[in-house]
Ligand binder design. Structure first.
Ligand code: PMP
Length: 395
């Protein structure tokens, strides 16, 4: 086991050499298993960060680890100018699960979104994108242009032109904004980073209808909501939607970096050379993804998320209203909107052995691995309750 001195030095080394773009917590994580993480002093934590959505299968899932080990000795990398056995198998599996015929493989959520935006422009010959207030779609320039948060956007103006941000869950606003110049509407089924805001069925179905009527592409960003998180394999399946383009990433490869943009029937065949990336569809990530998708199915992770999420939402419903404005979510993406800042709550929870996320300034966001036991979730809920009840009353 490492010592406290090591902890200090790891932090110092990272502080000295890291980019500085991440708000870091003073904690060095060295190991994970299932829904637990360990720091370098051997302390165990209940993980409600879930790799920010990349650990739906839990840490070190045995099937994913075995697939990575096996493929590592065979072939790591193979650009998509060649065919590959693992990629072929993954493409077949992924498109069948998503019920969309094709997929572009890449390495992250932002890249998957970037692809969706470009493919929508190619499909329609139009250049306008409609996104939503409080939406988050990534930090590369195209994806950032669709992201709403001003503090992420402002240092980089001018961004890509012809992006509009409309009120979320407001169909009339979408109707007014969409035009014959609109290439796509991009939306999250539950806004994750923007505060854990679920959309209504009517809104999402209305957006899809508007896109169909006006010749625009309907992009459903499932980077955070995908792969069982909300209680269905993909969140749009709650509302019987059929997106034209669907960016996914995070847990697709059981924790390895991978993204994909699923492509629907309304997108005409894409021409060679219009997009691409060196590492897209590498055999090692494809092998991991195949194992991950199989485990999601055999362990019924969407079903677990639905059952545990429903239970947890009810369990947290009695938090004191003097401290909590609202508890909301879908499956195991849960937001607790506080009447004060969330950062002290995150700190206290960490001291009590629970790691959780913010969503904006005052929402506590829980994204536990979907393999988490009810007991671990109950322990996390008890700590959350204790910390929130102990918050000072606002005067
Ligand atoms: N879209 C959504 C909905 C996301 O939540 C995120 C990441 N939080 C992204 C896109 C960007 O993904 P990545 O961080 O892998 O680039």
């Amino acid at each position: 086991m490492s010592t406290q001195i090591d902890t200090q030095s790891y932090m110092e080394i990272e502080e000295a050499h890291t980019s500085g773009v991440y708000p870091k917590r003073p904690l060095t994580i060295v190991r994970g298993e299932g829904a637990y993480l360990w720091d370098d002093a051997g302390n165990r934590y209940i993980d409600c960060v879930g790799g920010q959505g990349a650990a739906n299968l839990g840490h070190a899932h045995p099937a994913v680890v075995a697939a990575i080990r096996e493929q590592a000795g065979v072939l790591l990398n193979c650009p998509e100018i060649f065919y590959n056995d693992k990629r072929a198998a993954l493409l077949e599996r992924l498109t069948s699960l998503a019920r969309m015929p094709r997929a572009y493989l890449c390495n992250s959520g932002a890249e998957a979104v970037e692809a969706a935006l470009k493919f929508a422009k190619l499909a329609t010959g139009r250049m306008e994108i409609i996104a939503t207030k409080r939406g988050f779609h990534g930090r590369t320039m195209g994806a950032l242009s669709a992201t709403w948060e001003p503090k992420y956007r402002e240092p980089f103006q001018p961004l890509v032109p012809n992006y509009k941000h409309i009120n979320y869950n407001d169909l009339a606003a979408a109707d007014a904004a969409i035009s014959d110049q609109t290439a796509a509407i991009i939306v999250e089924v539950v806004q994750g980073e923007g505060g854990v805001n679920p959309a209504s069925a009517e809104y999402l179905q209305g957006l899809q209808r508007l896109c169909r009527e006006r010749g625009a592409m309907f992009i459903v960003d499932e980077v955070q909501t995908g792969f069982g998180r909300t209680g269905k394999l993909f969140a749009h399946q709650h509302y019987d939607l059929s997106p034209d383009l669907m960016p996914v990433a995070k847990s697709i490869a059981g924790g390895l970096p991978m993204g994909a943009c699923l492509i629907g029937e309304r997108v005409p065949p894409l021409q060679a050379q219009t997009h691409g990336t060196t590492f897209g569809g590498s055999p090692i990530v494809c092998a991991a993804a195949l194992a991950a998708l199989e485990a999601m199915e055999t362990e019924d992770l969407p079903g677990r998320a639905a059952a545990l999420g429903g239970w947890l939402l009810e369990r947290l419903a009695n938090l004191p209203t003097s401290k909590v404005r609202e508890v909301r979510g879908l499956g195991l993406i849960i937001g607790i909107e506080l009447r004060q800042k969330v950062s002290p709550v995150l700190k206290s929870l960490q001291e009590r052995g629970v790691l959780a996320l913010p969503a904006g300034m005052n929402v506590l966001r829980l994204l536990p691995p979907l393999v988490i036991s009810k007991e671990a979730l109950e322990q996390a809920a008890q700590q959350i309750e204790a910390v929130i009840e102990g918050l000072p009353e606002l005067s």
